[in-house]
Structure formats: C-alpha cells, structure tokens
Design a protein around this ligand. Structure first.
Ligand SMILES: Cc1cc2nc3c(=O)[nH]c(=O)nc-3n(C[C@H](O)[C@H](O)[C@H](O)COP(=O)(O)O)c2cc1C
Length: 175
C-alpha cells in the first residue's frame, strides 16, 4: 500500500472540517503522508493508498458531496482501503445515536460495492445563530440550544486505529 492518505470532507458550518483536520493531524503524527481536501474538489484518487471520507448528516441525509464522491470514484474505491465518518448527533441520547447510525447505513447501502474498513459516527456541533436559510427561518430550529458534543479524544483514538490499518506494514503480504 502506498503511504499517502487522502482525508476528504464536506462541511456546511465548519465542524466536520475541524474533525477532518484533527484526523489528518493524528495520521500525520503516526508518520503517514496525508492530504486534506474538500470532497467536491477531488478529481482523481491516483497516488493515494487509502481514503477517509467524512461528511455531516443533514435533514436525515448524508451530505450530497459524499454521495457524489462515492459515485464518481467507484472504480478506485473498489480497490482502495477506505474509512467513513459522519457528524450528526447533537445530544448524548442513545436513541439519537442509533437513528443517526441508521441514516448513515441507509446512505451507504446505495453503494453495495463499497466496503469501508471502518464506519464511525461522531457527535456534531450546532449553533442556531449560524443557521442559513431555509433553516434560519424555522422558529423550532432557532430555539434549539447551542451544542458541541464532538469528542476529540474519541476522534483521535479512531484516527490512531486508522493509522494502524493504513500503515504499509499492515498491508497483506502478497505472493
Ligand atoms: C439544519 C440542520 C439539520 C440537521 N439534520 C441532521 C440530521 O438529520 N441528522 C443528524 O444526525 N444531524 C443533523 N444535523 C446536525 C449536523 O449534522 C451537525 O450540526 C454537524 O456538526 C454539522 O456539520 P458541519 O458543521 O460540518 O456542517 C443537522 C444540523 C442542521 C443545522
């Protein structure tokens, strides 16, 4: 496996971008070469040995750039090791986390050929003051409290696991 990793994300309000930056930093600390890019800007996966795809859930759907990325890069993603993360839950309530995992599974089920080595949901960040239309026009959304339940230790731990999975030393021996 080549040792260059692509971490590619989509973000609406910036919180997934910050998680992708933290994952990138941890992978780099593990000695891996890493590029961090926006999903929509990635034209080719040439030169990468593994890919991390991250995007938030919004209105029960995974970000369209993540879906577009999987469609566009089916050929390369069919042979490269890949990992997926999504931001979503805004409360530490088990049902909410299970629902969010269900939303992500449903999105990934549209790509039966895609077999990521790891799929992870992380808590999200929400601030009604930053909402844009049409959501900023919904009183019920404007009344929701500010929250940020991103667990930076869990994010770093997941990235350390990926570093092991993506390290050239852990690639299967051929022949
Ligand atoms: C309008 C809106 C709708 C959302 N809908 C969902 C949802 O359906 N499921 C979910 O898990 N999270 C939902 N979230 C939470 C976001 O996934 C969370 O805020 C995430 O951190 C946003 O990522 P971003 O800052 O990268 O855009 C929603 C957030 C907003 C603002």
């Amino acid at each position: 496996m080549a040792d260059s990793i692509l971490v590619a994300c989509a973000t609406r309000y910036g919180s997934t971008q910050e998680v992708a930056e933290a994952i990138t930093a941890t992978l780099k600390k593990s000695g891996l070469q890493v590029d961090l890019r926006q999903l929509k800007n990635v034209k080719s996966l040439e030169g990468y040995g593994a890919v991390v795809v991250g995007a938030p859930l919004q209105m029960f759907k995974w970000h369209k750039d993540a879906l577009g990325f999987l469609k566009r890069h089916q050929e390369a993603l069919g042979r490269l090791p890949a990992a997926v993360f999504a931001l979503g839950p805004m409360n530490d309530v088990e049902k909410e986390w299970n629902d969010v995992r269900g939303q992500l599974e449903k999105a990934l089920a549209k790509f039966p050929w895609f077999a990521p080595v790891s799929v992870q949901v992380f808590g999200g960040k929400f601030d009604p003051a930053t909402l844009r239309p049409p959501y900023s026009l919904l009183p019920a959304m404007k009344r929701l409290p500010v929250s940020d339940i991103r667990d930076w230790e869990a994010i770093a731990a997941w990235a350390r696991e990926l570093a092991v999975k993506f390290s050239p030393a852990s690639a299967p021996v051929e022949g």
